[in-house]
Design a protein around this ligand. Structure first.
Ligand code: ADP
Ligand code: MG
Length: 598
């Protein structure tokens, strides 16, 4: 015999989905307050919400009849027509929250619209009909929820300690606070104020919630495409944590979780997280997307969101984070203030005033010719901008550098140590540059550019060498044949998981082909290859290692200078492709300590 469930049972079942713990109530009521246009919201909890949760807002309030209706299941003012779902900008729309909460607690609602003379009070006990009276109250709405789950002892038993439940409440509070920085928000534990957030910019709101220390750690992210706007902040690599606490995604000002999109961010940090994979980068990422492009309705608590074009969003996010990180990671951020360093160009007082340097243009200049000879190339325009930063604060040098090109006379004194390090004084001490790692960084970025199709590599024919691989290795290598050719490695299949190497980049003509393929395979083994950026990064890192393995042992002074020029023309000069530091500064205090220890 089929029977319709009585309302109070249906509501209790729905409550099982919507109201899992006190924090779920906080979430739903906060969202209602925001939907009601409140500019100020206060949350009060006692005993981590198990005895009392109260949310007070100054929003639009409700009419007496709406105040009663609000507790009916599927009662919502937010959609009238199915098409509304496509254009919705509110948090709620299912009309389930108030009905569900009232089914599992004792609820009192006080509400008044600005134009009404008296307000309304509605009191509900689980399953019992509401009592409604007129009453004096402030404009807006105040809802108190007492003794949550009093009629479902099993649920109540499942609540964790007050500390844990309060943490959940704080995190729901934070998620709303992080997408509404313009709203004043307070959270009290009984009378103890836990948070008082004043209306502010997004950055300030993040810092007010998460702690002042985060301020210097946040880097701006901003990408606008016709399909989606992505903005927000990411943490510098060193702010990465072992736990995954500071990761936030919002779509159209609604928090959501997405392990899938999180991968787009982690893979963009890639080797920058030196201790990865057990650390998680900090991020606060906001997507603005036409509502038709997402479905928020797939989860009762609406914490999961389905994007219509998820892989495209993934790629855009990944690219945005990569770009942001590479812009930020230029060398000056690691103490490149060289003020007062005597090794930088000194122009004598009685020397003639600096003149604009003449620019020589060599019509036969081919960057790859140059590269083959010395293993280094000048990328003039980029070099200039990074060099300028190096000179900031030095009056004389600044004059010279501001003339759009580096004068030939400017050179730094580098001492070379055992063909391994370049050593030079900087403002705060002594800077060491690891030559091998610097070369790897330079090759790596060069290869990445070529793989992006910006340049083509020259190639030298070699006596074809054939290498027979294990079938699984062959399957790993075959998908990158095209990319290898773009880098000057002419590889072809001979069938039977055998490859022929017919050509090599001209500066690598003498390499051991088998050894090279083995090290490449090793890198590919550790790389999820679906992502083009990942694949390119793996190829470029492995080939950079091979290339520098054959570089000259000791650099001539002009080669050292060229190496430094090229290094600082890189997007990320401070870290080698394997994520290790390229340079290191020994502070003067440390040198002092060494000298005066005894
Ligand atoms: P939903 O938010 O999905 O519409 P709820 O059960 O959360 O469903 O709320 C039902 C209705 O009650 C809302 O659509 C809204 O009209 C009204 N309401 C709830 N909370 C408030 C509030 N704080 N201020 C004004 N109206 C509210
Ligand atoms: Mg709601």
């Amino acid at each position: 015999m089929i029977q319709l469930l009585p309302d109070y049972i249906a509501n209790q079942i729905a409550a099982g989905e919507v109201v899992q713990r006190p924090a779920s109530v906080v979430k739903e009521l906060l969202e209602n307050a925001v939907d009601a246009g409140a500019t100020s919201v206060t949350v009060v909890v006692s005993d981590a919400g198990s005895t009392l949760l109260q949310i007070i807002d100054n929003g639009c309030g409700m009419s007496p009849s709406d105040a009663r209706m609000a507790f009916e299941r599927h009662a919502t003012s937010k959609i009238q027509h199915i098409d509304d779902l496509q254009t919705l900008h509110t948090f709620g729309f299912r009309g389930e929250a108030l009905a569900s909460i009232a089914a599992v607690a004792e609820v009192t609602l006080l509400t008044r619209r600005a134009d009404d003379e008296v307000g309304t009070q509605v009191h509900l006990m689980a399953g019992e009909p509401a009592q409604q009276t007129s009453t004096a109250t402030h404009t807006g709405t105040s809802i108190s929820v007492k003794n949550l789950f009093y009629n479902i002892p099993a649920r109540r038993k499942f609540l964790k300690s007050d500390t844990v439940e309060l943490k959940h409440i704080v995190s729901e509070f934070s998620r709303v606070a992080l997408c509404r920085p313009e709203i004043e928000m307070r959270l009290y534990d009984k009378t103890r104020e836990l948070y008082h957030l004043t209306p502010s910019t997004l950055r300030q709101r993040i810092v007010n919630l998460m702690g002042k220390n985060l301020n210097q750690q946040l880097i701006d992210v901003q990408v606008d495409t016709s399909m989606v706007n992505i903005h927000g902040f990411i943490g510098k690599p060193e702010s990465a944590r072992r736990n995954s606490g500071n990761q936030f995604f919002f779509a159209n000002r609604r928090y959501f979780r997405s392990p899938y999109l999180q991968k787009a961010i982690i893979s963009a940090y890639d080797k920058l997280l030196v201790r990865s994979p057990d650390t998680f980068p900090t991020y606060f990422i906001y997507f603005d997307i036409p509502p038709a492009g997402i479905d928020v309705n797939i989860h009762p608590a609406k914490t999961e969101i389905k994007f219509a074009d998820e892989p495209v969003i993934f790629q855009m996010l990944n690219a945005a984070i990569r770009e942001t990180l590479s812009k930020f990671a230029v060398a000056p951020s690691i103490d490149f203030d060289t003020e007062g360093a005597p090794e930088f160009p000194v122009v004598h007082k009685d020397a003639p005033p600096p003149t604009a340097p003449r620019i020589h243009i060599d019509p036969h200049f081919n960057p790859f010719e140059e590269e083959r000879k010395s293993g280094t190339t000048h990328h003039k325009e980029k070099t200039d901008s990074n060099w300028k930063k190096l000179y900031e604060g030095i009056d004389v040098a600044a004059t010279a550098v501001s003339s759009a090109c580096i004068p030939e006379t400017v050179s730094l004194s580098f001492i070379q140590v055992k063909g391994k390090y370049l050593l030079t004084p900087v403002k705060s001490g002594v800077m060491l540059i690891d030559i091998r790692r610097a070369q790897q960084r330079i090759y790596y970025e060069d290869y990445i550019r070529r793989l992006a199709g910006h340049q083509h590599a020259s190639q030298q024919q070699v006596f074809p060498e054939t290498v027979e691989l294990r079938p699984e290795d062959y399957l790993l290598l075959e998908p990158v044949f095209d990319e290898l050719r773009m880098l000057g490695y002419d590889v072809a299949s001979l069938g039977n998981h055998t490859v022929a190497v017919n050509g090599l980049p001209s500066d690598l003509a003498g390499i051991d082909v088998r050894e090279w393929i083995q090290s490449l395979l090793e890198e590919l083994h550790h790389t999820p290859a679906q992502l083009k950026e990942n694949r390119h990064a793996a190829l470029a890192a492995s080939l950079a290692k091979t290339a520098t393995g054959y570089a000259a042992e000791t650099l001539k002074p002009e080669e050292a200078q060229a190496l430094i020029d090229r290094l600082f023309a890189c997007e990320t000069p401070s870290i080698c492709p394997a994520g290790k530091p390229v340079m290191h500064i020994i502070p003067i205090e440390e040198l002092d300590k060494k000298m005066f220890k005894n």
